[in-house]
Design a protein. Structure first.
Ligand code: SF4
Ligand code: SF4
Length: 112
């Protein structure tokens, strides 16, 4: 669906897989929708469904480590990359690089 606001298409040349700031310190806030779970089931990743954590609004969320970092952040090649990038939830896809929320997160994470 076309978006009326230009902001969600912002990118500013930022590479999320090199940054990962918004994948940290957000326990219970990255909510997982039914369509995300259906995608995981189609890809036979029931482990992702089984590891869901309680999130805000009594909805399921991505699991986090004790410091709030997403359990799926970090690959053998890069500590900030997403290890389930192709299967990441819609909430992660919607957090647009270069948006106001992104830039605020990067400032808070000292990556501005
Ligand atoms: S959306 Fe912004 S803060 Fe999040 S990983 Fe991408 S560049 Fe970093
Ligand atoms: S699933 Fe991937 S993109 Fe989403 S918060 Fe976790 S590491 Fe970040």
């Amino acid at each position: 669906m076309p978006n009326a606001s230009p902001e969600p298409q912002a990118n500013l040349g930022l590479d999320c897989r090199e940054c990962g700031v918004c994948c940290r310190g957000r326990p219970g806030t990255v909510l997982v929708e039914a369509r995300d779970q259906e995608l995981w089931e189609r890809h036979r990743r029931l482990d992702l469904v089984e590891r869901l954590a309680p999130g805000h609004f009594s909805l399921p969320a991505l699991p986090t480590r004790s410091d709030g970092q997403c359990l799926y952040q970090g690959t053998p090649e890069h500590p900030h990359d997403c290890s389930i990038y192709g299967l990441r939830p819609q909430a992660c896809r919607d957090f647009t690089a270069g948006s106001a929320a992104c830039l605020a997160a990067r400032r808070a994470g000292r990556r501005d």
